[in-house]
Design a protein. Sequence first.
Lengths: 169, 134
Amino acid sequence: MQSMAMTQLPVCQVSYNIVDERGANAQVQAYLPGATTLANATTRAAALRTALAALTQGSITSQSITYSFVDPVAPAAGENTRVEQKGVFVFRGANLQLTRIQIPAFPLTMVTVTGSIDEDLPLVNALVLEMVDNGWTTSLGSDIVALERSYQIMRTTTRNRRARDDRPD
Amino acid sequence: MLGTIRYRFRDERDKASYCTTYRIFSGGPVVWAGPLESLRAALAGVSAASLYAADVRFTVQFPWAPPRGPRPVTRGIVVYYENASGDSGELLWLPTVAPDADLTALDALMIAHFVDRDGDPLLRRVGVREYVSE
């Protein structure tokens, strides 16, 4: 699907999680201009955290900075698409850590009769090359170096979530 | 800094899901052009859902420290800031903060650097109210 219209929201969100004596959690949210560099956002979030820490009777357990993008002209979903139908790609990092990506509404036309993904298909191959060669990492920040395996799954929660007329008798 | 990228999809029924990936970012601006778009194009090629949004999140976890007082997160204050365009301004909800807290340092930061959720600069604090939630 072609789209080059992903646009950045005007703000990035800075949020903190606060926990109280009973272990209950709550969030504080503030906003910086979306064009703020990550370095400046980190500095300002740390300064606000210091100010909050002096005011709160709880304990600040985490801080997040989130930049958001939306595509107002994104192509519509295809007919009969189901996000529960996942294409799973397991990659290996340089540190040998395995990390997986799960792609919603993965087309069955890209799956072999054994449930594995046809890695020779050009669109599948393009995804694998993108993940391996373009600086993507594992959840610990180690460079992804190879595809370990791929397969298709239907999430176990799917049956109750699928459209009523999509359930087998 | 390690960022978590969530590409957001929805299917024909408007049911949402996402695909999570990771990437190390420099301290510069976080822009869409480049690798984020490159992976979007690759993902869109192998999904029949609508890829309509994405976000990039940088999270830091802190070592647990005991809460400083007994006030629960269901009690706190909401601070009202006026914005530059004079419309709705911004509310800052501060759980566990007492109504008589000194907000001087907080105000200085919010007005110098932070904006409302539309991106308008904040001009001044215009009110404080205590709240109690369920």
